[in-house]
Design a protein around this ligand. Structure first.
Ligand SMILES: [Zn+2]
Length: 104
């Protein structure tokens, strides 16, 4: 494995778990854990203690990290796709859709 294929800002589809079939945008990447945080996905209810600012506690939705093996990158044209790489003559590496070849 050479790092994560998923980057911050990517649109992904969830393949497994309670949020299977949902799509969202990656808001944070945790490379050491092979996990990412996706807006609105794998949300847990977090009980919050009252703070000085709000003077009240409550329950807040918080997106929990999800393992990248449960996710697939979404191509704007094809939907969820496998990711490939194209290497330019100058050695630059580009992430591409394996279906249409568009850069992702
Ligand atoms: Zn595509």
């Amino acid at each position: 494995m050479s790092g994560l294929r998923i980057k911050k800002g990517d649109r992904i589809r969830v393949l497994a778990g309670k949020d299977r079939g949902k799509e969202g945008n990656v808001t944070r990447v945790l490379p050491s854990k092979n996990r990412v945080i996706v807006d609105g996905i794998n949300v847990a209810k977090k009980h919050q203690k009252p703070t000085k600012a709000t003077m009240q506690g409550g329950i807040q939705d918080k997106a929990m990290p999800i393992h990248v093996s449960n996710l697939m990158l979404v191509c704007g044209k094809d939907g969820p796709v496998k990711v490939g790489y194209r290497i330019d003559p100058n050695g630059e590496k580009h992430r591409v859709c394996r279906k249409c070849g568009a850069e992702l």
